[in-house]
Design a protein. Structure first.
Length: 264
């Protein structure tokens, strides 16, 4: 059984110790015995590792890499010259602030348990480079990658259509761009309240794309302890939205207790 674990599950699982009725340790035993193969998501590791109080400042200063290389020119028969350029748009991963030492240690524990990391496909969005290479679940061919990317996009777009996932983040950016404000200026002028709001928008975006990556790779269960208590209907994990997503894509989103009952 292939299970994608939300951050609120996998971090407690890999560091769990044997105690009576410790559900995280029970899941850890299932992973150790290879009854369950565990996956985590690159987007969660990359974006949620940026602390909540620093997210607005980080996005105010972050820009993807734009590279333009002139490869040469061709003389045409009509006397004109065609210039050949190579243009590259990519994430500027060197700007990532780095994973906290505690998270690095948990990743090492996850690696020892043979966890794999589902790739993100977002254009220009920063990735952490501190994930051990052997943990990254790569596609075998370029065709496999594009099939995975298309499925991830389709699921993420649907989640956006039901007004969760990246919906509120996109609306926030579009609203202030429409007003003519530069996004870096907007972020720098945020007060403490709006800084917290923005941090939650990033978390919701991550949740939506994590479910989409899970769907695209074809895993069996997405396991989370998120019950949408603080965000309600805007959360992808609200009961209503979970039902919509399951109906559309057949995705099973379960709590750790439900996973343990199912395996038993």
């Amino acid at each position: 059984m292939n299970i994608t674990l939300d951050s609120n599950v996998w971090e407690k699982t890999v560091s769990s110790i044997e105690t009576d009725e410790n559900k995280y340790f029970q899941l850890k035993k299932l992973i150790s015995s290879k009854k369950v193969k565990a996956y985590i998501c690159e987007i969660a590791l990359s974006l949620e590792s940026i602390t909540k109080k620093e997210r607005a400042t980080f996005w105010a200063n972050y820009e993807p890499l734009f590279e333009n290389t002139t490869l040469g020119g061709t003389h045409n028969t009509d006397g004109s010259i065609t210039i050949h350029n190579h243009f590259c748009f990519s994430p500027n991963n060197e700007k990532h602030p780095g994973l906290h030492q505690t998270l690095i240690e948990k990743l090492e524990l996850a690696n020892a348990l043979n966890f794999k990391v589902l790739r993100m496909t977002n254009l220009g969005t920063i990735r952490t480079s501190e994930i051990p290479k052997e943990m990254l679940e790569d596609s075998r061919t370029i065709d496999d990658f594009w099939e995975y990317a298309q499925k991830l996009y389709d699921c993420a777009e649907y989640i956006n259509e039901i007004k969760c996932g990246s919906y509120e983040y996109d609306k926030f950016i579009d609203k202030h761009s429409y007003r003519g404000l530069s996004i870096p200026y907007l972020f720098k002028e945020m007060d403490a309240y709006n800084t917290k709001v923005f941090a939650k928008l990033i978390a919701e975006w991550v949740d939506g794309d994590s479910i989409a990556a899970h769907y695209a790779f074809g895993n069996d269960i997405f396991c989370t302890e998120d019950q949408a208590k603080s965000t309600g209907q805007k959360s992808v994990f609200s009961q209503c939205n979970v039902a919509h997503i399951k109906n559309k894509f057949g995705i099973n989103i379960l709590s750790i207790d439900e996973v343990l009952d199912l395996v038993d």
